[in-house]
Design a protein. Structure first.
Length: 276
């Protein structure tokens, strides 16, 4: 399987899976402050899901891996996505180069990160057109894509060739899926690096939501792009997050027996990180 595709994990979307106990220690929620970061997070989510599904053997998993690939194509079809990523890669390089000569910064680590930014920029910039554009020229794939949005639209009488492909060996299907997914490798690597650098820019702090409510004014002069919140799953609480350049507001909810979310009046502690 391609090196950039995340490997299968028991809890691929949990932030704190403890292998010694088999339990999730914390649940991480992330809230983007702008549309660009929202798009990056969506892509990361899809690439992560794709990696989990491709690594499995069942034909049904590979069906949903293919539908996930189509979702990546839909997100990647944004005309300005590639230029946004390239601009962010160059911006991060300029920021990091500004730290050169700082005795608190290890030059070797700095060189490594800048080198990775250069590699991602070159790889993505060399891709003609939009990310994954070459897949739109694959008539077989596009035939499937046109049917997946129809309930039950990929039955054997609708797509006999696709039905036959699902009866191929898991190794053959995985090889095909990896080959198609590789078209997005430069984009996936770039988004992963940008989100890693963004997340590393924040410092976590413990805060208390009094009676289930928390508000914080954001300092002027800084533009935050991402909020990260970790909660103990044992609390059984779900955060509703809203925010803008001036403040963030968090309301803690509980999923009750009527299958609705209700505000909680409890005090609760959680970890908050603002990333710029």
């Amino acid at each position: 399987m391609s090196s950039w595709l995340p490997r299968q994990a028991k809890y691929p979307f949990a932030s704190g899976y403890d292998s010694s106990t088999g339990k999730i220690s914390v649940i991480l929620y992330e809230y983007p402050f702008n549309e660009r970061i929202r798009t990056y997070l969506r892509l990361e989510h899809l690439f992560r899901r794709l990696g989990v599904l491709v690594s499995r053997d069942d034909a049904i998993d590979h069906h949903y891996a293919l539908t996930t690939l189509f979702e990546v194509m839909d997100v990647g079809a944004r005309a300005d996505l590639k230029s946004d990523v390239l601009k962010d890669l160059d911006k991060q390089k300029q920021i990091l180069n500004g730290y050169r000569g700082n005795p608190a910064i290890a030059e070797g680590v700095l060189d490594e990160v800048v080198g990775r930014l250069d590699q991602c920029f070159s790889a993505l910039n060399s891709v003609p057109g939009k990310a994954g554009q070459s897949l739109t020229e694959n008539d077989w794939l596009m035939g499937i894509r046109s049917r997946v949005g129809i309930p039950g639209g990929t039955c054997e009488f609708d797509l006999p060739a696709y039905y036959a492909w699902q009866h191929e060996s898991s190794e053959k299907r995985r090889s095909d899926l990896t080959r198609w997914a590789e078209k997005f490798s430069p984009l996936a690597e770039s988004v992963r690096l940008l989100l890693t650098l963004l997340r590393d820019s924040g410092a976590p702090q413990k805060v208390i939501a009094s009676a289930g409510q928390f508000q914080q004014n954001l300092p002027q002069g800084r533009t935050f792009q991402l909020l990260r919140l970790t909660l103990d799953p044992a609390l059984g609480l779900i955060p509703e997050i809203s925010g803008n350049r001036l403040m963030v507001s968090i309301r803690l909810m509980r999923h009750e027996a009527d299958d609705r979310l209700h505000s909680t009046g409890e005090d609760a502690t959680f970890e908050l990180t603002l990333c710029s």
